[in-house]
Design a protein around this ligand. Structure first.
Ligand SMILES: *Cc1c(COP(=O)(O)O)cnc(C)c1O
Length: 375
């Protein structure tokens, strides 16, 4: 326990703070064949498709595990053995997709930009024109390494214009940043319960174009990651293959109801936007510098440059904030020393302002005095 005498607020890329009601929804044991569980599961999957306006084109296939399981399953199922991916990389999650392709033995090339630079759609188009072997483009919507928002609509447009297929890692975006399947062509999009949708961790899911998924049977090298097989079982019996995380599904339904009550994707975006604005302007006023321009910053997680003041020792800063009930996150950038503070999860203006107050107290305790930036 911390000196705040409560569970810490998780200002991280995940796991994230969830509501009391979402946690309470788990206080029941469900049988996987129970008709009530099967109906609940169906409601959850239908809602996920609705969030992307994909009712006429896509289905949601759930998968046990963390988000990476869903990304790996998406690549394994949709990128065939004789296909080739162009992976757009500007952070650790893009690199992870390349690692997944290494494990799976799938061919790929990469288009890498700096961690504070989004991929340029014109260059993507040129890369596709240059290499006819490329069948798929894979992009990360919000690269959580830095918090940068990548232009997936434009990437989707050039990919479709070149007759190629798009796979999206939308893990830290889905549910807060809009995507419309009727306007943005994609074969598959992977996300999870515990980022912007504020469920508990344990489920990933992939929105799959139904007509494409049915052609993907036999692509996956792995039984447990085969989304075509998972979907076939769900269609036939309403059940997951293998033990479903029943409690996590129940919590997910509650979290989705809260998401809807908040105004869906637009409502969730508005709260995260306010959280992010409070955080960025508050930290700037205290002398910290965000890595990204406001125009590139997704309202999900903010990367700050590590202050140069010798008295500012990150581990001490981290521990003292944790003791006050606020958990932040180390940086993951390769070139710049940094740390991150998240603005997603079941948190609002009260908690963000509380975090800034805890930063003030911590800086005093550390004896750090930055030159205040006029705001
Ligand atoms: C969180 C995240 C993932 C998945 O991470 P897990 O730790 O496996 O849940 C994948 N991609 C992005 C962009 C993420 O933010």
């Amino acid at each position: 326990m911390n000196s705040a005498n409560r569970d810490p607020y998780l200002l991280t890329p995940g796991p994230l703070t969830t509501s009391a009601e979402t946690k309470a929804a788990m206080l029941r044991d469900w049988g996987s064949r129970d008709a009530a569980f099967i109906a609940m599961n169906r409601r959850v999957l239908d809602r996920l498709v609705e969030l992307a306006d994909g009712q006429s084109s896509h289905v949601a296939v759930p998968l046990q595990g963390s988000g990476t399981f869903a990304v790996e399953a998406m690549v394994a199922t949709f990128l065939p053995d004789d296909g080739k991916a162009l992976i757009l990389i500007n952070g650790a999650y893009g690199h992870r997709i390349a690692t997944i392709c290494d494990y799976l033995g799938r061919a790929y090339s990469t288009y890498e930009t700096d961690e504070d630079v989004p991929p340029n759609p014109t260059i993507v188009a040129a890369r596709l024109a240059d290499d006819p072997a490329i069948t798929h483009v894979i992009v990360v919507q919000c690269e959580t390494t830095s918090g940068i928002l990548n232009p997936i609509e434009d990437i989707a447009a050039v990919t479709a214009a070149a007759g190629r297929r798009l796979l999206i890692d939308a893990m830290s975006a889905f549910g807060a940043l809009p995507i419309d399947a009727r306007e943005t062509p994609f074969d598959a999009l992977a996300a999870s319960a515990n980022k912007c949708l504020e469920g508990v961790p344990g489920i990933g899911f992939v929105l799959c174009r139904a007509d494409v998924l049915s052609e993907c049977a036999g692509n996956s090298h792995s039984l447990s990651l085969d989304l075509a097989d998972q979907w076939a079982a769900l269609e036939k019996t309403g059940q997951w293959r293998f033990t479903p995380p029943t409690h996590v599904v129940a919590a997910f339904e509650q979290a989705l109801l809260e998401h809807e009550a908040e105004g869906g994707v637009a409502g969730r975006y508005a709260r995260y936007r306010e959280n992010c604005d409070i955080l960025v302007s508050g930290m700037r006023a205290r002398g910290f510098t965000p890595l990204l321009d406001d125009t590139l910053q997704a309202p999900t997680i903010v990367t700050f440059r590590m202050p140069e003041d010798r008295k500012f020792v990150f581990t001490e800063f981290y521990d003292k904030l944790q003791d006050k009930g606020y958990v932040i996150y180390p940086g993951k950038l390769t070139k710049v020393d940094s740390f991150r503070i998240g603005c997603i999860g079941h948190l609002g203006a009260l908690e963000m302002n509380g975090a800034l107050k805890a930063v003030d107290q911590t800086l005093v305790e550390m004896g750090v005095q930055f030159e205040k930036v006029a705001s």
